[in-house]
Design a protein around this ligand. Structure first.
Ligand code: F6R
Length: 605
């Protein structure tokens, strides 16, 4: 998704903007650009493709001396990726420049109105209507012009605006698209997220929907659309630059896979006191709910599928899962007796936000499980439990996912206890297994070299299957998505028992089937499925618990993961699948951290 940044201070703006754009690359983009106030005019530099191309152009040009500027990485929505469509966009008279993340829904109507008035548009973007409106409404007062322009817009936006007549002044505004203000010493910033700013400042203000900020090097004023001042509190970020950098790993994805033991520890440990799960501030009366709905997108949805089994098993409440992109458009039945759990790493996924709003409008209580503090979903929900995974930069989620599963499991134990539906022995057994999960994850990572070898053996497959039952099946969904998204190899996750209802027709000699057999209760059933595919010539790579040696006589290759409580198995069994996807993508020469067509934070529909 698009990323925006703005800077005003005493040092040269262009290098600050370019390094911020480098850090925003992880969000996914196809072109980039900057604009700087230089010697009484606004100068722009844009490039299709990577930020590195933009940096190269800046190196050749260097005509951008100035201490105030804005920058953008664009993920095309209206108009193809091109230098012209790349942001910033400038008004026809060169007075205003703008960067924008989001979608202006009424842009076609405004564009027609402006064209009828003689405005000439250069790009195909929805964004350009904003900057031409600024020109239309300009009355010498920057603030009035911004407010009048914003009042015409429908849709979502995080915008950063500069005016040639106001050196050193930036305006930023937010409506349903993430935006933060960074506070420095004699310099201030805005950005889509803190990763762009963390090398400059750790003090931020989260802008809320409907708020506008005037940013100067020595002051910040925030107000609403009526121009009334809004009081905001500052937030201090605790993680540092190293957390957002690769620390010697070749890719962020591998770094984040390896960080899972620590991320799980940070998420679990502070919530266990004297053998009890303590979810501070979670003031929920579980007896009020007769149904739970878990909704999310992509991997977060797969975490929800694990959560469904664990919560239902422990709490004995019916739990449903539904993709947020489907739920939001369905005429579904829900009332105040429903608890909705919304799962999101970024907290900014547009479909998840829309589903959350639909559920709330029907009276449901919303509990969000989110990684990014202060994100939109965290703000919109009634209750929040954070996954303390730290910043996740690689597009493919890994530590985000396992910490989501950990939080859903902790919630299940906590809720079952509140409902009086978990025996003290099972409670203690689960809490003690949970406390050992970081160590189990660490031991699972020892499979690294072995998984690499298997990835080398199988990386040239064109299509493969992941099979498993119950919790194993949820992990298959996630393992298959990981492989698809970063290696571009077709794969399908199949509930093992469903094979005989159609898919087995696709099993042919040499087809790779990854069989997850960690669900001990169903081990023999999955082994029958392994035998069925092997009888048709498939190669089987099995993932099983280390306690289960019988698997060796059934599969061609085996990965053994440490044993744990049966409901915690998904946290360990996904790790070899993450590594498998990572190494296969590597052997196939793929851009692992930034897979094609994908964005880290899907803030548009
Ligand atoms: C896959 C992946 C995506 C996200 C999905 C939801 O590796 O990262 O499928 O899980 O886009 O994103 P969040 O969790 O930010 O709502």
């Amino acid at each position: 998704m698009c990323g925006i940044i703005g800077f005003t201070g005493a040092s040269q703006a262009a290098p600050v903007l370019l390094s911020g754009l480098k850090r925003l690359e992880y969000r996914g983009y196809d072109s980039a650009g900057i604009a700087v106030q230089c010697e009484g005019e606004i100068r722009m530099l844009k490039a299709t493709g990577k930020v590195d191309t933009l940096i190269e152009r800046y190196g050749q040009d260097r005509q951008m001396n100035g201490v105030c500027g804005i920058g953008h990485t664009r993920w095309a929505t209206h108009g193809a990726p091109s230098d012209i469509n790349a942001h910033p966009h400038m008004s026809m008279d060169g007075l205003f420049a703008i960067v924008h993340n989001g979608i202006i829904e009424n842009y076609a109507q405004i564009r027609k109105e402006l064209i009828d008035e003689g405005v000439k548009f250069l790009s195909e973007t929805d964004t350009e209507v904003i900057v031409q409106l600024l020109m239309k409404y300009y009355d010498g007062n920057f603030q009035n012009t911004v407010l009048k322009t914003l009042s015409r817009l429908e849709g979502s936006y995080a915008v950063g605006i500069m005016c040639r007549d106001f050196p050193g002044v930036l305006y930023a505004a937010r409506e349903a698209s993430p935006l933060i203000i960074g506070l420095g010493a004699g310099e201030n910033f805005f950005a889509s997220d803190i990763t762009a700013l963390v090398s400059h400042t750790k003090n931020v203000i989260d802008l809320d929907d409907g708020e506008v900020a005037e940013i100067r090097s020595d002051s910040i004023s925030i107000f609403d659309h009526a121009g009334r001042p809004v009081e905001k509190t500052e937030r201090h970020i605790t993680w540092d630059v190293a957390a957002a950098e690769k620390n010697g790993y070749e890719h962020f994805m591998l770094k984040e896979i390896m960080e899972q033991p620590n991320a799980l520890k940070a998420t679990i440990d502070p919530r266990v006191r004297d053998g009890r799960i303590v979810l501070d501030d979670l003031d929920l009366d579980m007896s009020c709910y007769d149904r739970i709905m878990i909704t999310a997108c992509g991997s977060a949805y797969h975490a929800g599928c694990v959560g469904r089994s664990v919560i239902e098993t422990l709490c004995r409440i019916p739990v449903e899962t539904e993709l947020a992109s489907e739920l939001r458009y369905r005429d579904f039945v829900m009332d105040e007796k429903n608890l909705v759990i919304v799962v999101s790493q970024s907290g900014e996924t547009a479909d998840t936000i829309a589903a959350l709003r639909e559920c709330r409008s029907r009276g449901a209580t919303v509990l969000a499980i989110v990684n990014v503090v202060g994100s939109s979903i965290a703000k919109l929900a009634d209750h929040v439990i954070y996954t303390w995974a730290g910043p996740e930069i690689a597009v493919a989620t890994t530590k985000g996912y396992t910490t989501q599963v950990a939080v859903l499991t902790m919630f299940a134990i906590w809720a079952a206890d509140r409902l009086g539906r978990i025996e003290p022995e099972e409670y203690s057994e689960m809490v003690s297994a949970l406390m050992k999960i970081p160590e189990r994850a660490q031991r699972t990572l020892d499979l690294n070299a072995r998984v690499r070898k298997l990835a080398k053996k199988y990386h040239d497959r064109k299509s493969l299957f992941f099979i498993g039952r119950n919790l194993d099946y949820s992990s298959c969904l996630e393992g298959s998505l990981k492989l698809k998204e970063i290696s571009y190899i077709h794969s399908e996750a199949y509930a093992a028992g469903e094979l005989k209802h159609g898919t087995i027709a696709l099993i042919e000699p040499g087809r790779l089937v990854v069989a997850l057999c960690c669900c001990e209760r169903l081990f023999d059933k999955t082994v029958s499925n392994i035998q069925q595919v092997k009888a048709r010539g498939a190669k089987v790579l099995a993932v099983a618990l280390e306690s289960n040696r019988r698997i060796f006589s059934e599969a061609d290759d085996v990965l053994l993961v440490p044993s744990t409580h049966r409901l915690l198995v998904p946290i360990v069994e996904i790790i070899p699948l993450q590594l498998f996807a990572y190494f296969v993508a590597g052997f196939n020469g793929c851009d692992i951290d930034k897979p094609k067509n994908l964005a880290k934070s899907v803030t548009v529909e």
